[in-house]
Every structure is written in structure tokens, then in C-alpha cells.
Design a binder for this molecule. Structure first.
Ligand code: DOR
Ligand code: ZN
Length: 335
């Protein structure tokens, strides 16, 4: 069996920078484009820094037809600053992190009231807001506790293009249904794994990410929504590579490196569940409709021929371990 996709998009991607970027960029180059996260060190907070980063990504893509939809790390901004961002080629929107909630987010927002004026302006100017929606509460409850913030934002700024990034719970899906002015991304791993896969047996650091994988009923609800073609649910891999020494460590860094397996595994999941016809919307159409995107034209064909996933990738001195490292997965990309 084969599935052909037009211009697949990854609506949430960490490409990193420097040597790591040289490894990650080609591994996402089968996508026609991706929304690029800004949590570098230091975070990408200015249009100038963003343009420099976009240029380094383009160079690492080595001629691949790929659109980088760049985000800026949310900080309160004036109308003039927002206008300058909006006019910068490649700019897509802002990514808001609660302060200290995840990798390199120390400069995030500690009180949502700090964001008020800027969000009002963004709503008026049509600038999307992408949110890492977790509280600082108990790890399993963090997303659910943050839903009241989404509810507040969706009510106070009804025209704001608001995205709940990497949702992990059935409760977040219910909020999606409650508010037609919100969209959401979901990762590959959160369609597949639960907390049991991370920590139910021997600890598996390469499956540890934030938000942490939740309960079977959450995973099942997310998968069903994707397979049913929920029009406001989009694929965002949140592929987040860290050097092996930072993952297999006391104090494991959060992030699952899924870029090398994302498209084959999605094809496998949708095909085996009899929903191959819904994959195009999930990996491209829903995002294009919601954001009015017209990505570069690119056709990718996937087939039910197994692929051996490398045990690790090498980024100069560092090793990086992907999801399914050293395993065979059922589908692959036709080259
Ligand atoms: O697991 C995660 N890794 N979650 C995030 O929000 C950030 C990401 C990263 O940058 O490593
Ligand atoms: Zn992320």
C-alpha cells in the first residue's frame, strides 16, 4: 500500500542551531515546511535574530524546498515592535512559554496579565499565538490546570489565532470542541505512548518530554480525533533532539527526537486504522485552512515497506537517539 502526501507540514519543530541544526535540518526536509520553535540559548526574541536563524536553517536545508515558518519567543511588545515582526519575511507568530516550564523557557511569562496589551494588539493585527500550555502544578495535571488560561484567552480575544501546542489530554480536546476559535497541535508520540511507556517499567529517557505522556484514555482520544479528521487538530511533531549524554543522564532533558520517523509512522498509523484518507488534512490541509498557508509544492509517497531506524545519529561529536532507535518500523518513504 502507498500513500501520497502533498506538501506535508510539521507545525511544531525544534531544529536547534549550530552543529545540531546541520543534523536535524535534512531529517525534516521531506516536509514542505515547519513552524520553527524559538527556544534557543538565548531565545529568539527579535526580528534580527529570527532572520539570522532562518538563514542558518535555509543553509542547513542545503537546497531542499522547505518553508521555515519562524516564531519569536513571546515577550511583551509595543505595536511598533509587533509591526516590525509582522513585516519580517518568514515570520509566522509568537510562541508563549510560561516562565521555566520547559527547555530554555526561563525568560517566559510568569503572570499572564503581563501579556494583555500585546495579545490585544496581536488579535487586531492577525498575529498567531502558539502556547506551551502547562501550569507549574503536579506533572500529570499541568495541562488540565492550564485549560482555564486558554478559556480566558479565547473568550477575551475571540479573534486571536490561538493554538494549544502539543496537547496530551482528552480534556484539551474537549476545549477544542468548546471553542471554535482555538486550534491545537499534537505530536507523534502522544498519539502512541502513555506514561507507562515512559516510566511504567524501566525508565525510558528517550520518551521523556514535556508535556509528559498521559493516560491511555487521553492517548486514545487524541488518536481518535486525528483519525476522525478533526479540522482544527494539526500535526506538530515537537521533535526535540538533545545529545545522548543529556538524555541518558541524571537530570534527563525533555524531548523526543521523532523527525526521522514522523511521516512513516503517521502513514502506518493512519493506514492500519483505515484512515489513510484523513492523513493529508492532519499533516497539511488543516493547518493551511486555519492559517491560510500556501506551502511550497512537494509530493511525498509513503509505502508499507519496513524501515530500519538508526540506533543513533551523529552530530559531529554528539550522538542523538531517535524514537524507535534500532527498531524496524512498518512504513518508509519512497525515495
Ligand atoms: O519535551 C520538550 N522538549 N518539551 C518542550 O516544550 C521543549 C522541548 C525542547 O526544546 O527540548
Ligand atoms: Zn516544543
Amino acid at each position: 500500500m502507498k500513500i501520497t502526501l502533498n506538501s506535508p507540514l510539521d507545525m511544531h519543530l525544534h531544529l536547534r542551531d549550530g552543529d545540531m541544526l546541520k543534523l536535524t535540518a535534512p531529517l525534516s526536509a521531506d516536509f514542505a515546511g515547519a513552524v520553527i520553535m524559538p527556544n534557543l540559548v538565548p531565545p529568539v526574541t527579535t526580528p534580527t535574530a529570527m532572520q539570522g536563524y532562518a538563514a542558518r536553517i535555509a543553509s542547513a536545508m542545503d537546497g531542499a524546498a522547505f518553508s521555515s515558518y519562524m516564531t519569536l519567543f513571546f515577550t511583551p511588545m509595543s505595536e511598533k515592535e509587533l509591526q516590525a515582526a509582522k513585516e519580517t519575511p518568514g515570520f509566522f507568530g509568537f510562541k508563549l512559554y510560561p516562565a521555566g516550564i520547559t527547555t530554555n523557557s526561563e525568560g517566559g511569562i510568569s503572570d499572564m496579565a503581563q501579556a494583555d496589551t500585546t495579545l490585544k494588539l496581536m488579535e487586531e493585527m492577525g498575529i498567531p499565538l502558539l502556547v506551551h500550555g502547562e501550569s507549574h502544578g503536579f506533572v500529570m495535571d499541568r495541562e488540565q490546570e492550564f485549560l482555564s488560561v486558554y478559556r480566558h484567552l479565547a473568550t477575551k480575544y475571540p479573534k486571536l489565532k490561538l493554538s494549544m501546542e502539543h496537547i496530551t489530554t482528552a480534556a484539551a480536546l474537549r476545549l477544542l470542541d468548546e471553542f471554535p476559535n482555538i486550534c491545537a497541535t499534537v505530536t507523534l508520540q502522544h498519539l502512541i505512548i502513555t506514561l507507562d511507556d515512559v516510566a511504567g517499567g524501566a525508565l525510558r529517557p528517550h520518551l521523556f518530554c514535556k508535556p509528559i505522556a498521559k493516560r491511555p484514555e487521553d492517548r486514545d482520544a487524541l488518536l481518535q480525533a486525528a483519525l476522525n479528521g478533526h479540522p482544527r487538530l494539526m500535526f506538530g511533531s515537537d521533535s526535540a533532539p538533545h545529545p545522548r549524554c543529556k538524555k541518558e543522564a541524571c537530570g534527563c532533558a525533555a524531548g523526543v527526537f521523532t523527525a526521522p520517523v514522523a511521516l512513516p509512522r503517521l502513514a502506518e498509523i493512519f493506514a492500519t486504522n483505515g484512515a489513510a484518507d484523513k492523513l493529508q488534512g492532519f499533516v497539511s490541509g488543516n493547518a493551511c485552512a486555519w492559517y491560510g498557508l500556501t506551502p511550497v509544492q512537494k509530493t511525498i509517497t509513503l509505502q508499507d515497506t519496513p524501515m530500519m531506524v538508526p540506533a543513533s545519529y551523529r552530530s559531529y561529536g554528539e550522538q542523538v537517539v531517535p524514537m524507535y532507535a534500532g527498531e524496524s518500523i512498518g512504513w518508509s518513504i519512497v525515495r
